[in-house]
Design a protein around this ligand. Sequence first.
Ligand SMILES: Cc1cc2nc3c(=O)[nH]c(=O)nc-3n(C[C@H](O)[C@H](O)[C@H](O)COP(=O)(O)OP(=O)(O)OC[C@H]3O[C@@H](n4cnc5c(N)ncnc54)[C@H](O)[C@@H]3O)c2cc1C
Length: 383
Amino acid sequence: MTAAPVVIIGTGHAGYTLAREFRKQAPDTPLTLISADDGAAYYKPNLSKAFADGKDAQALVMKPAEAQAEALGATVLANTRVTGIDPQSQSITTDTDRISYSKLVLAVGANQRACPVEGDGIGSILHVNSLADYRDFRSRLHSKKRVAILGAGLIGCEFANDLGSNGFKVTLIDPLGWPLGRLVPEPVGVAIGNALHGLGVHLGLRQMATAVNHSEDGFAVTTSHGATIAADVVLSAIGLVPNTGLADAAGLACGRGIQVDATMQTSNPNIFALGDCAELPGGQVLPYVLPITHCARTLAKTLAGEPTKLSLPAMPVIVKTPVCPTVVCPPATDAGAWRIDGDSPNFEAVFESPGGEPLGFALTGDKLARRGELAKTMPPLLV
Ligand SMILES: Cc1cc2nc3c(=O)[nH]c(=O)nc-3n(C[C@H](O)[C@H](O)[C@H](O)COP(=O)(O)OP(=O)(O)OC[C@H]3O[C@@H](n4cnc5c(N)ncnc54)[C@H](O)[C@@H]3O)c2cc1C
């Protein structure tokens, strides 16, 4: 009888990076990846700068599923949704089959946060969290100009920059007083906002979208200020929530995400989780590529028989707003205050604890050069 494979559910950055790293450790162990999408490998951060790069969804594909399977020496079951996990019998059910596993890894990503608005246009609000989403978004933009973006966080600002610098008429709506309001202090956010404004992006700050309705020529977005914004396409960038559905139904411990220990083991010894779906020790969900890559390298060793604990240094995130180059290293706490040096648009802002210990930073413009040096002074994300 052939041994049951290691099974990875998900072929995003988490699933494929883990598979690549696992192959370095265990070249011959049977490996199966399963994905509800078409299994094409792509780099998700490119989605919010694809206009600038002159690439549509097809051009963003790095390798189709079949080529990935061959390169990894693995089975890749694309367009296959896992519908249940039975930890007792160490098997999963898909929409077509039942598959046994020796070890199971959940790399199932995150879902779009539900948009708390009213109106008959709710069902037409788009979000972009996959290549298929991006394909749809691009097709809806065809010969259209006006885009309303709900949410001025990382993803909202990046799309505003990409679309605004490529001829679209963008309105960026957010309840906070400045872009990246949860990540940077006011002067830094204002500098980013001014730069976006310079591209023609209209900033609808300190207000929330309350309704999206169909209008004669597109959509009417109503805000809590009573303003009405006309748009051809409405994009929600209000955040993601870890996809815990399968894990929860299988009785695995879930909190903000699928809870794992420092070896990325869930509450079941044969099931692991990483990526946007996972909640790391200390309650952290880190939906960024660099921490996921670290997690994949560590988990690959554990799966290959060398139990290994994760440690994560501070990892700054580049915000893809070339109109105002920005790097953030968000503090893990609100307890402290920002110390800000520089003049707009060149800021060095360091978030310090009440005792003066550096806990996070945000840099813009020519201060980006300080990124490496400052990162060394930051507390690790996980020891
Ligand atoms: C527009 C955008 C820009 C970004 N830019 C940056 C950036 O600049 N820097 C950065 O660090 N991070 C960035 N991020 C975040 C980063 O891309 C993500 O953290 C990362 O790609 C998540 O990878 P993942 O594999 O965990 O999840 P996903 O890529 O979402 O993959 C989840 C996989 O699970 C599969 N799946 C889910 N449920 C099932 C099921 N029931 N059965 C079978 N398969 C299933 C899906 O089909 C998919 O293959 C960005 C995110 C977005 C949306």
